[in-house]
Design a protein around this ligand. Structure first.
Ligand code: ADP
Ligand code: MG
Length: 619
């Protein structure tokens, strides 16, 4: 239970250990809390504003800037300025291969299922580390504005985020020094901000329309007994307010007869036009004509023209709404409420077309770029047990997961999940012909299983001989209302199956649970650092295994020089696997990868490319 104490800075009573709500956005991020009057408020650290642009810049001298300051470097220093990192969170190289060009910074191109990394200077960053820098900035702003330490948070993610993207978001929070109590869907948070779903007796179906800077999604939610269920989501991950800015800028380029080729060279002017266009778009909220100049270029546009320019884009979002309804098996009449989210829903045409489509007034009283954070703060308050009117459902006190390569904990059911619940993930083998797979089940929050509590261990036996990476082993966790955890492992190609049952809460006291949680916070930084090192090593070992086997099988297709150089790189990688830090290991993986990619392309060895896929459990 929260204790009450006096905030010395403000002289007011406050609940100890505040829990904040964080909207970690693609374009902008922000943080909110419940003030002592019980109203959700966004945090505005004096003079800095509410929105923190989700941009990180790495200076030549190692200095790191986040937010507005970093945004200024998008034009002057694009290689070292990271934007839209949310698009990379929890994604593998294969996930993003079709939109590599979108990024102006270096996303390592490694043709595997490994999680992506970003190279800045000679350092390698994971999207988790980069997101944690944004979260750290939010945490410190909140601490500065509230004059109290902030250690606990609820963070929101899009409803369509998969398990790996959610886990990455949790890890980013942990790395920023935050105890992430729950990951909440953005549309759920937005509904809560409007008070929808707070009354446990009401049953409602709602549509949440979210048009941000670069992404659009619409979710259809059903709320019953205070539980939000996502019936369907639809959208376009490359459609948003940026497109509106671009449309205006292109219009001016045409009107002023600016040579397009020239504009490609003059990045400064292109950027000025884009910024002026964004200003104009925002100005249409209260005026119908914008008439300005950049040097001798006329930047003139009226609202009707703007509406014509963006009509087809907005129409695309309406088509997505229609598809979302169809996927949910519903019609417009079934929708009780429509909630508007995202800065771009301030555009009048957007509001009008959404209201027309759903044939009802939409919820737009709150600031659309703040609603998600406000709702996250409400969810945090519910989790803190501060809302007597809302029943806290049974939740799992500790995360449940299995051991993967290098002794790492892979969480399958995160802590604070509502019970009953089920979750699963797919794994594969790491060695050719592997017949058995050890499955060790753990409970706890630490990154290394040896620090967690072991619940069970068994072998999935009789996997038919296949090359490494080919077997597909589904591991499913089912936690029922009585707290019994059923673990099922099944190799999908052969149907080989094994099942065990345990009771995770058996033999552990509340004090022990609390101690485990405390330990995970105090060790968070070291734990994440260890995890990243182990992951780098595992990736490196896998690379060595794959390349060595490739060389054995295909030596006749390679020149002596090629073989010699490859072996040199392999040995260099092997040497750093033992004592090297993660950046050094990644550097060598990257070099070996760059060097051998042409061979693989030349030979298209299926066994090799499939061996490089998938996560592995140790043999
Ligand atoms: P995200 O959720 O993707 O991080 P936001 O919800 O913060 O993004 O939305 C950012 C977008 O909202 C930008 O394209 C910005 O130009 C747009 N925006 C902000 N204010 C307005 C306004 N008054 N009128 C139109 N668009 C706006
Ligand atoms: Mg958003």
């Amino acid at each position: 239970m929260a204790k009450v104490s006096i905030n010395l800075a403000t002289g007011s009573l406050q609940k100890e250990d505040i829990i904040v709500g964080i909207d970690l956005g693609t374009t902008n991020s922000l943080v909110a809390f419940i003030d002592p009057d019980n109203t959700p408020k966004v945090i505005n650290d004096t003079g800095k504003g509410v929105l923190v642009p989700s941009v990180v810049h790495f200076g030549a001298g190692g200095e790191i800037a986040v937010g507005n300051e970093a945004k200024n470097y998008l034009v002057t220093d694009p290689q070292n300025t990271i934007f839209s990192v949310k698009r990379l969170l929890g994604r593998s190289y294969h996930d993003i291969e079709n939109y590599q060009d979108f990024f102006s910074y270096k996303v390592i191109d490694d043709d595997t299922e490994s999680l992506v990394k970003i190279k800045v200077g000679d350092k390698f960053y994971t999207p988790i580390e980069l997101s944690s820098l944004i979260l750290k900035e939010l945490k410190s702003r909140a601490e500065h504005a509230l004059k109290t330490p902030v250690n606990r948070a609820v963070i929101t993610v899009p409803a369509y985020f998969n398990d790996s993207q959610r886990q990455a978001t949790r890890d980013a929070g942990k790395l920023a020094g935050l105890d992430v109590l729950r990951i909440v869907n953005e549309p759920t948070a937005a509904s809560l901000a409007y008070g929808i779903g707070l009354n446990p007796d009401e049953t409602k179906t709602i549509a949440v329309y979210d048009l941000g800077g670069g992404t659009f999604d619409v979710s259809i939610l059903q709320i019953q007994n205070g539980i939000f269920e996502v019936l369907s989501t639809n959208g376009d991950t490359f459609l948003g307010g940026d497109d509106f800015d671009r449309a205006i800028a292109d219009y001016w380029v045409e009107k002023n007869q600016i040579d397009k080729a020239e504009l490609v060279k003059n990045r400064e002017l292109a950027q000025q036009l884009r910024l002026k266009a964004e200003e104009a778009k925002k100005a249409f909220a209260y005026q119908s004509l914008v008439n300005e100049k950049i040097g001798d270029i006329w930047c003139t546009i009226d609202r009707n023209t703007f509406n014509e320019l963006i009509l087809s884009k907005v129409q695309q979002t309406i088509d997505c709404c229609r598809n979302a309804l169809k996927d949910a098996g519903l019609t417009i009449k079934d929708i009780d409420e429509v909630v508007m989210v995202g800065g771009s829903t301030r555009t009048a045409l957007v509001k009008k077309m959404v209201a027309d489509f759903f044939e009802r007034e939409v919820h737009d009283d709150l600031n659309p770029d703040e609603v998600v954070a406000l709702g996250a703060a409400i969810q945090a308050d519910i989790l803190a047990g501060n809302r007597r009117d809302i029943l806290l459902l049974d939740v799992t006190p500790l995360s449940l997961g299995i051991e993967t390569m290098g002794g790492l904990m892979d969480v399958i059911i995160p802590r604070n999940s509502k019970v009953p619940t089920k979750a699963g993930r797919q794994y594969t083998t790491s060695v050719d012909g592997q017949a058995n797979m050890k499955i060790a089940v753990y409970q706890g929050e630490r990154d290394l299983v040896k620090e967690n509590r072991k619940l069970a261990e068994f072998d999935l036996k009789g996997i038919p001989a296949m090359p490494a990476g080919l077997p597909k082993v589904d591991i499913n966790f089912l936690l029922n209302a009585d707290g019994i955890l059923k673990i099922q492992a099944m190799e999908l190609r052969s149907g080989v199956k094994q099942e065990v049952e345990v009771t995770p809460t058996y033999g552990i006291t509340d004090d022990q649970v609390e101690q485990m949680l405390m330990d995970s916070i105090t060790h968070a930084k070291d734990d994440v650092a260890q995890r990243m090192l182990i992951e780098a090593r595992t990736e490196g070992e896998q690379m060595v295994y794959t390349v060595e086997r490739f060389m054995q099988k295909n030596s006749e297709y390679l020149t002596v020089a090629e073989i010699g150089d490859t072996m040199k790189l392999v040995n260099a990688l092997k040497a750093v696997l033992v004592g090297g830090d993660k950046d050094t290991i990644h550097k060598h993986i990257d070099e070996l990868n760059e060097f051998t990619r042409p061979f693989a392309e030349r030979l298209m060895d299926h066994a090799v490319s499939s061996a490089m896929k998938g996560k592995n459990i140790s043999g």
